[in-house]
Design a protein around this ligand. Structure first.
Ligand code: MG
Length: 334
């Protein structure tokens, strides 16, 4: 193979086949991975969740992951938010002419590894090559389906006053890691992205609390945006305790220097859950036993008053409104 992607790799001819058989099949191949026009899959029983997402992160790799791992986690986690066990993914690449093939290999390897970790099959894919400057290195779109456990129903509109609010780990890591990887601020800090597949954690949480009301991954816009979305969707208020919100010291350091609110920085491996208060400790305990949710904590509760607002109890004992989500702080983070 050539060392770089050329327009011929996207032509659908010999070069495309070479790429599929020598690179994608090696990393993404499984019993369902197809060379035909569509994958043929066993029919799952029960309700199905389906989701899709495009990934255009810059830079494409950063401490703790790359766009390949991100593209699998993003869709797998969206399915898990509906209480679905992710089954199958498709992936579509738009690659900029000139991308080193070794970069593509690194991305595909991360996708394969993450898919196997998440227990999901990548069953079909597409590759297009765009001319130089038409895209920035590589854009990936994944779509996925999962099957929802009987009796489980989660939705932002189901949050109820009295529900406990849980975050599954420390917030703001992914956004901070991307910001540092861009090297625009001259700050040196050791922050890795939280990007991770959370299907297993959701499964464990639902085992102890099948009546879970809300699960949402705090991606673009972070935990703060999720909280405001829920107040609108469910017509409730939210109260959180600043001192209970887990933020890693190194993230605190960077966000403090730049005057950023960690609650508004993206996560790619963190979820917000809302469940009846009497089940919250059991959910936290179940999450604490899973690889990527060891730092789960109760951070507040859903309230009847202050509808449409997120109220924050501060460390010094005061109350303040969390400012409404503003404009996109960092473009192209996920
Ligand atoms: Mg989501």
């Amino acid at each position: 193979m050539n060392d770089c992607i050329t327009l011929a790799h996207g032509s659908g001819g010999r070069k495309t086949n070479e790429l599929i058989s020598e690179l994608f099949k090696k990393h993404l191949g499984n019993a369902y991975f197809t060379a035909d026009d569509a994958a043929v899959l066993p029919r799952p029983e029960g309700r199905i969740a389906m989701s899709t997402d495009g990934f255009i992160v810059s830079p494409w790799k950063y401490p703790g992951g790359n766009i390949g791992r991100l593209a699998v986690c993003g869709t797998v986690n969206d399915l898990a938010c509906m209480g679905a066990k992710p089954l199958y993914l498709t992936c579509s690449y738009v690659i900029e002419e000139g991308l080193p093939i070794s970069d593509l290999e690194e991305i595909a390897a991360a996708m394969g590894e993450t898919a196997r970790e998440a227990g999901v099959y990548i069953v079909a894919g597409d590759t297009k090559v765009a001319g130089k400057g038409q895209v920035d290195k590589i854009f990936i779109t994944t779509a996925g389906i999962g099957v929802i456990e009987d009796g489980v129903e989660t939705s932002g509109k189901l949050a109820q006053p009295g529900d406990a609010i849980i975050v599954t780990g420390d917030v703001g890591r992914h956004g901070t890691a991307i910001l540092l990887a861009r090297d625009e601020y001259g700050i040196e800090a050791d922050v890795t992205s939280d990007c991770a597949p959370l299907g297993q954690a959701v499964e464990k949480a639902l085992e102890v609390c099948p009546e879970m009301h809300v699960i949402r991954d705090a991606t673009r816009g972070g935990v703060g945006t999720v909280l405001y979305e829920i107040t609108e969707q469910a017509n409730v208020g939210i109260r959180v305790n600043r001192e209970d919100i887990p933020v890693a010291e190194e993230v605190k350091g960077v966000t403090g220097l730049l005057g950023l609110e960690p609650l508004y920085l993206a996560c790619e491996g963190r979820m917000v859950m809302m469940c009846p208060k009497d089940k919250a400790d059991a959910v936290v305990e179940a999450l604490s036993g899973c690889k990527y949710t060891k730092g789960a904590k109760i951070i507040g509760e859903v309230t009847q008053d202050n509808v449409g607002k997120v109220v924050m109890a501060t460390e010094v004992g005061g109350m303040t409104y969390l400012p409404q989500p503003g404009n996109e702080l960092l473009p192209r983070i996920c």
